[in-house]
Ligand binder design. Structure first.
Ligand code: PMV
Length: 323
């Protein structure tokens, strides 16, 4: 029996970093996915296969999941959670006793497109699916637990959009209907980033200037309220302007750099607005670009950057059992 779950990657349209400190954010799931397939095996180990390599963990060592390399840790955590919660224990004692977990992904890793959260959501669904079917709320709760094994301060916004799909407001998880056809360009700076380090940097900014940080949080909240009105009014121009305004706040909290600024300014002439998406310090930018101008993008950005147009995924996580 195979339990197969697939979850979409994501972009943060508005509110990254500030969302960690309690403000709202708007996120969208995108049409790039990770698929996690889990099967029972009979050899008392949990075997994890991914493009990053293979890891074998004896069932008796699953409790040491914190010692496992971060890219495998959520899977080991989730395997342990389901085996222990169902009384299937560390002592073997049940046949079949092991698990094989295989990850296939078309989401680029470490560039802010939700690869890690999509893995956590798909893995929570796939592994638990061997034992019982989870509700969306349970998938979200479990995937956030798994993501916290890598990054304890996560806002949970990424896992929420990977679970539910579409465009959502966080933390309410209300779906937002995009009334105009958002034509979003994603461009990868090809500089890997580290979410934990960027979030720590922002924490330092906050410690040094609590007043300004609190003003920025208020500005971000007001900006997001205006974006929601703009979407209801089919107003792409305001949406774009708010992206660029949000970028100014991200510049101020110092999660941008010269490469990202250059990419943003090179797209100015053809975009209604652009900004970092995700933690910054590398990773990707997003830009609202008219369809007619899409073919000008590669020349403006240069050959060393990857870019593609994002479609919004509406399905969120999907799951099936194959006999
Ligand atoms: O770059 P990513 O996908 O890891 O996005 C992180 C988004 C933050 O707001 C910086 C952190 C969070 O947990 O929301």
């Amino acid at each position: 029996m195979k339990s197969i779950a697939s979850a979409p990657g994501k972009i943060i349209l508005f509110g990254e970093h500030f969302v960690v400190h309690g403000t709202k954010a708007i996120l969208a799931a995108i049409n790039k996915r990770v698929t996690v397939t889990t099967t029972f095996t009979e050899d008392d180990t949990v075997k994890i296969n991914s493009e990053l390599g293979t890891l074998n963990v004896p069932i008796s060592s699953l409790y040491k999941y914190k010692e496992v390399k971060s890219e495998f840790r959520p899977f080991v955590y989730l395997a342990r959670k389901w085996k222990t919660s169902l009384g299937l224990g560390f002592d073997g004692g049940c046949i079949p006793s092991g698990l094989e977990i295989t990850i296939d992904s078309d989401i680029p890793i470490g560039v802010g497109l939700g690869s890690s959260s999509a893995c956590c959501v798909a893995a929570a669904t796939s592994i638990s699916g061997l034992f019982n079917e989870l509700s969306s709320e349970e998938i979200l709760k479990t995937s956030i637990e798994a993501e916290k094994t890598i990054f304890s301060d996560t806002s949970g916004a990424d896992c929420a959009v990977c679970t539910y799909g579409g465009m959502i407001e966080h933390p309410s998880i209300e779906k937002i209907d995009n009334t105009f056809d958002l034509n979003l360009l994603i461009a990868n700076s090809m500089i890997p980033h580290n979410t934990k380090n960027s979030v720590e940097k922002v924490n330092k900014f906050k410690e040094n200037d609590e007043d300004r940080f609190s003003q920025l949080c208020d500005l971000e909240t007001k900006l997001i309220d205006k974006v929601i009105v703009a979407m209801k009014n089919n107003d792409a121009t305001t949406f774009g302007l708010k992206m660029s305004e949000n970028q100014k706040y991200l510049e101020e909290i110092q999660v941008s750099n010269d490469t990202l600024r250059d990419m943003i300014s090179s797209l100015n002439e053809i975009s209604l607005g652009s900004k970092i998406t995700g933690a910054g310090d590398g990773g990707c930018i997003i830009a609202l670009v008219n369809d007619d101008n899409m073919d000008k993008v590669p020349a403006l950005l240069g050959k060393d950057k990857e870019c593609f147009s994002a479609k919004i995924d509406t399905k969120g996580v999907v799951w099936k059992i194959e006999k």
